[in-house]
Design a protein around this ligand. Structure first.
Ligand code: FAD
Length: 433
């Protein structure tokens, strides 16, 4: 076999090792419920936590985070405060700061990184030797506008002229070790069986999802074990990146990927940037400590201290679990208990641009590659929409660790490209490199 194709340009995420994300999105442990998420977002003193993790039914998604930012801003407005510090310039923080600024409240938005967007991260990978000057924006974090018409960011994206492209997750091109002939009806049937088993087993008390999956794998009929394993990997593990033993069987299946999901050709960055306007945004400003009371709060960062009538904290739950930033006095018990009922998965992405498309075309750009139990990856071929041969890949759990850990970015991208190369060869054979 010829040498695998190498990308002309590439970028990879480091969500797990990044101190400002610590992983993918928040997940409920055994015993966690929507009320757990709501409890995280209850104000204390003049502080309110808001972000994807505090949304009771749209957690783990960009628009859910945005809505939580708006909720936090409404609370501040209701308190008739004159000044607010918003910590974190992801979807929640930008949403909050926009609403506060529009309400005439003095607002400062503090962001630890040198960029906005948080766990959305749109990178422009236009190769220097690419003939056209088409911007080639690819996502290293949040990619899809999920939940169809329910998505509150979709109208904003459309209003600024973004192009939205549908993805039908029920119709992936399945490569690698996917069971032959697996269709969406079988997938639905396996998931229905798993959901039913989980519901029955957790009537009295919640249990780890792993036990329910093991029971289904032990007696999979009328399906075969290989099909059950693949469906669980594709529909549950790929959507969490966390060991199933850590997840609630009752609520391990939260709202998320489904029909009506669209991705933004210009990237989430364009949408969030359009909301910034005149907001006083301070990048490279990591908050170390928040001292709070019933009357206001002060916020300490590397080069100074700021005070305001209220503070909105949008840092990810996994970062709060790291005691970052530090709260003085400490977080109330309700918020600490809520954080204990949450976990986060290992999820990483690679974005790559090639000289030509050598992988097989799928009907809507959506590809899944499996490489045995627990090893599944998801790919979005954006070549047709962007007019440049480009693809993103998402890897979770141990497979992500194996490809990423101890490697530089270029090596990770090369290893990821090899996965696609091998899987493409197994199906159609890459035409040329
Ligand atoms: C790989 C991946 C794929 C995803 N895919 C999708 C998808 O397709 N669709 C979807 O809807 N969602 C997706 N998500 C989830 C979605 O990206 C997040 O739920 C959402 O972006 C979270 O927004 P947020 O504002 O709550 O948090 P964040 O975006 O994480 O924002 C928090 C901000 O706080 C900052 N911060 C942290 N600590 C400090 C500090 N001490 N001081 C100052 N600032 C600080 C961070 O730098 C960050 O900018 C994905 C996430 C990942 C990682």
């Amino acid at each position: 076999m010829r040498a695998p194709a190498r990308p002309l340009s590439a970028a990879v995420s480091r969500w797990r090792d990044d101190p400002f994300s610590r992983g993918g999105w928040s997940l409920l442990r055994v015993g966690g419920t929507p009320a757990t998420r709501a409890a995280l977002g209850v104000p204390f003193g003049r502080v309110i936590l808001a972000g994807e993790a505090s949304h009771p039914d749209q957690a783990g998604m960009v628009h859910g985070a945005f809505e939580e930012g708006l909720r936090a801003a409404r609370w501040c407005i209701g308190q008739e405060v004159r000044s607010v510090i918003v910590i974190g310039a992801g979807a929640a923080g930008i949403g909050a700061a926009r609403a506060l600024q529009d309400a005439g409240i003095h607002t400062v938005l503090l962001e630890a990184r040198d960029r906005i967007g948080g766990r959305t991260w749109s990178v422009n990978l236009t190769p220097t030797d690419h003939a056209g000057n088409t911007p080639c924006v690819l996502e290293l974090g949040g990619n899809w506008l999920q939940q169809g018409a329910r998505n509150t960011l979709a109208p904003i994206a459309q209003a600024i002229g973004c192009r939205l492209v549908d993805t039908d997750f029920h119709d992936p091109l399945q490569l690698g070790s996917a069971p032959a002939g697996l269709d969406s009806a079988t997938t639905e049937a396996v998931m229905g069986r798993l959901r039913g088993m989980a519901e029955r087993a957790t009537r009295e008390r919640d249990l780890p999802l792993a036990g329910i999956v093991d029971a289904l794998l032990a007696s999979p009929a009328p399906f075969d074990r290989e099909t059950v394993q693949y469906v669980v990997d594709a529909e549950v593990f790929l959507d969490t990146g966390a060991p199933l033993g850590e997840l609630s069987a009752r609520l391990g299946f939260e709202a998320g990927v489904g029909a009506g999901d669209r991705w933004i050709v210009e990237g989430y960055g364009a949408v969030l940037r359009s909301l910034l306007g005149d907001i006083d945004l301070r990048l490279n400003t990591a908050v170390a400590e928040i001292t709070w009371s019933e009357h206001g709060a002060s916020v300490r960062h590397a080069t100074g201290t700021l005070q305001a009538d209220a503070v909105i904290v949008t840092v990810p739950a996994a970062v709060l679990q790291d005691n970052s930033p530090r709260f003085v006095p400490e977080l109330p018990s309700a918020q600490r208990e809520a954080l204990e009922l949450m976990t986060v998965g290992r999820v990483e992405k690679a974005a790559m641009v090639f000289a030509k498309r050598w992988w097989p075309a799928s009907s809507n750009g959506y590809i899944r590659i499996a490489d045995g139990p627990g090893r599944i990856s998801e790919w979005l071929d954006v070549s047709d929409a962007l007019g440049v041969p480009a693809i993103t890949a998402i890897f979770v759990g141990d497979w992500a660790a194996e490809l990423w850990d101890g490697q530089g970015d270029a090596e990770v991208a090369a290893r990821v490209a090899d996965v696609l190369w091998r899987a493409s060869g197994a199906v159609a054979g890459p035409s040329s490199s």
